[in-house]
Design a protein around this ligand. Sequence first.
Ligand code: ZN
Length: 244
Amino acid sequence: MIVGVISDIHSNMEALRNVLEKLGEVEKIWCLGDIVGYGPEPARCIDMVNSPRFECIVGNHDLCILQEIDFGSFNLDALRACLINKNKLDEKHLSFLRSLPRTTEPFPGIALVHGSPRDDVWEYVISSWQANEILSKTKSVITFVGHSHIPLIFMKPGSAAARIAPLFEEVTIDLSRENTKYLINPGSVGQPRDGDPRASYMVLNTREFTLTYHRVEYPVETTQEKMRQEGLPQSLINRLAYGV
Ligand code: ZN
């Protein structure tokens, strides 16, 4: 099976549309949460992922809209965006978000979670020592996470310490090494934070157990203009141009 792995769409329809166009006819798309928040088009993004081809889990911004998370943990701009997004959603959209699990195993040995297996919506896994602690305890061969908006692959071979694996665009990585576990973040579709404004995603081949990392351009200015019209915070508008 060929699977698109995406995360952190954040109501950015232009970015999502271009990623889906590039993914083409892949059999499945796994989405690691934060469909909404920050961006201008939450309803359209939910409509685009609300299909049998998608397997989605919930993220902290989705839970914010559902008022199922502590608001005190969000910064003011994120919270303002959450409230603006919420006003654009009807009951059908909210019940879709409500239906999403916090974690799932869409394929044997592969787990999806927004933050990390030990803190499902809040932990940002960005260091090897975090990955090492997590991968020492997890049973899954691959754990896909989102939340940090930074594309990363950590690998832990046997009892050796986890380390970051090099990541190059359009280069296919072999994940079939014996006795090795992986923690992988596909990066963010709608608000990348690694200094590259292009939308980020990955493609997994479950037959060969290989993974390819991709970036795709989208019309950032169009999204920014829509954000202005929605009255979203200026700092959130600015950051899209720089990928921060
Ligand atoms: Zn996010």
